[in-house]
Structure formats: C-alpha cells, structure tokens
Design a protein around this ligand. Structure first.
Ligand SMILES: NC(=O)c1ccc[n+]([C@@H]2O[C@H](COP(=O)([O-])OP(=O)(O)OC[C@H]3O[C@@H](n4cnc5c(N)ncnc54)[C@H](OP(=O)(O)O)[C@@H]3O)[C@@H](O)[C@H]2O)c1
Length: 244
C-alpha cells in the first residue's frame, strides 16, 4: 500500500459535520489534542456548546450561508469530515424483511446518510484548499458495499450508504481535474459503541466492538496515510479497501 506519512492534522483547519455524534465528537476531541494549533469547526443540527455552528443540513440556503460564513472567517479548509448518519430513528429499526419497508423511515435514512453528504459536497467542497493537500472523508459503512452483502436485511441503511459510496466515487473523479490536491474517501469506522449501535449491543457482542476513541485512532491513522491514489475508495479502519 502506498503511504503518505505527512501528518495531516497539524496546523490544520478541519470541519466536522455532525460534531455532536459519537464518532463526530470523538474526532473533535482527538483533533484538538493532536495539535493545539488545529482549528476545528463544528457543524451540528442542535448546538450543545456555544462555539458550535447550528445549521439545517437539508436546507440549501442554510448550508450555503454556513459555507460562506466559514469562508469569510477561516478562508480555505484542509479537511472535511462528514460524520452524520442514521441507522434507527424514534424507535424505528432497520428492516429485517422487505415487508417492513416504511417510506417515512426510508426518507429519514436517506436524508441523513445520503442527502446531507450531497449537501456537504456541494457547499463545503469549494472551501477545500487548492494550494496544499486537502481531504474530504465521509463516514460510510462496510454494509453499504453491494459485493459484501451476504446477509441481506437493513434495506434503507444499506441502500443509502451504497448511494453515498457512488457520491464518493463520482466526487473523486470531478476533484481529480478541478482540485488535484483534494483527496475524497469513504471510511468504515468498524463497529463502534455509540448511540447508533446501542440497540444492537447484545447482537454485536460476537464482533470486535471499538470504543469511539479506539476507532478514531485507527481512522486518523488511515487519513494520514492516504494520498491521491486512494481517492474515490472506501477504506476500513485497518486500511483495507472495501470493494463497492
Ligand atoms: N457506530 C458504528 O458502529 C458505525 C459503523 C459503521 C459506520 N458508522 C457511521 O459513522 C457515522 C457516525 O455514526 P455514530 O456511530 O457516531 O452515530 P451517532 O452517535 O448516532 O451520530 C450520528 C450523527 O448524525 C447526526 N444526524 C443524524 N441525522 C441527522 C439529520 N437529519 N440532520 C443532521 N444531523 C443528523 C446526529 O446528530 P444529533 O447529535 O443531533 O443526533 C449525530 O451527530 C454514521 O455515518 C454511521 O453510519 C458507524
């Protein structure tokens, strides 16, 4: 595997979208620890801390204004991490069978896992630095791989992450000629103990389950090692490429 040993989290301006989530908040904490000169801009749907920027991520005008404000205050950005995602909502659980498909749940799942990454791409990618190596990473999931689907079930989550994977690939192609310094990747964080995985804590006991901090350490390692040859790929926590 070709490696880039440069530490991307030094003196970096980083946007974390979904900074109140398990993985998002752990990224924020770690990036601040890695270098006190790092600037972390936290985008959330509901503020829990004053410095966070609250925005309706499904509203184009709000996203456009948010991006404009960031550009005015910080100029270009080095790294964008999209950590928004949804597996279950208000008691609605991922489908075990096609008869459980529900349009409202399907809509909410696609909004979080697919539409918001589309909005992040449209409004935040123009902020990526063209002078230095820059990177946008989307939290995807192994479960969104069509070739890896041997178990079935979880229709909405799987399909919404598969669509996200297509966004990642397509965006990487456009960036390859519009901003050659920008890398675009999907990341699979492993199975991580957060609100998202909480209802399945009994079932996932059989698997390797990471704390948020462990997963973030692996993901930072992967972000640091990738160069342009990884753009458009889905990479897991240990650095393996997951085929789409
Ligand atoms: N945990 C795992 O085992 C695992 C495995 C594979 C992939 N992933 C992926 O990793 C990412 C982060 O997951 P997590 O485990 O950190 O989950 P989490 O703790 O539930 O965090 C999810 C984040 O998404 C935000 N969000 C959800 N719907 C939204 C919407 N409609 N508008 C705006 N924000 C919305 C949440 O905001 P609030 O804080 O306001 O609720 C929260 O910040 C997701 O994309 C997930 O699919 C996780």
């Amino acid at each position: 595997m070709k490696t880039d040993t440069k530490n991307k989290f030094q003196n970096a301006k980083v946007v974390v979208v979904g900074a109140t989530g398990g993985i998002g908040s752990a990224f924020v904490k770690k990036i601040k620890q890695l270098d006190t000169n790092n600037i972390v801009i936290e985008i959330v749907r509901k503020k829990t801390q004053d410095h966070q920027i609250e925005v309706d991520m499904l509203d184009e005008e709000s996203m456009a204004k948010c991006a404009q404000d960031i550009q005015k205050q910080y100029g270009t950005i080095d790294i964008i991490l999209n950590t928004v995602g949804l597996l279950h909502s208000d008691g609605a659980m991922p489908e075990r069978a096609y008869k459980e498909i529900n349009q409202d749940f399907l809509q909410k799942t696609f909004e979080a896992n697919t539409f918001i990454p589309f909005m992040v791409s449209k409004y935040f990618v123009p902020l990526l630095s063209k002078e230095n190596t820059s990177l946008i990473a989307f939290m995807s999931a192994r479960i969104g791989s069509i070739s890896d689907n041997n178990l079935g079930g979880w229709y909405s989550y799987r399909a919404s992450k598969a669509a996200l994977n297509m966004l990642i690939k397509t965006l990487s192609i456009e960036l390859s000629y519009k901003n050659k310094n920008a890398i675009c990747i999907g990341l699979h964080p492993g199975t991580v103990k957060t609100n998202l995985s909480d209802p399945f804590s009994e079932k996932i006991k059989a698997y390797k389950v990471f704390s948020k901090e462990e997963s973030i350490d692996y993901l930072i390692e992967q972000i640091n090692r990738v160069d342009h040859t990884f753009s458009g790929k889905l990479i897991d926590w240990k650095g393996d490429i997951i085929p789409y």
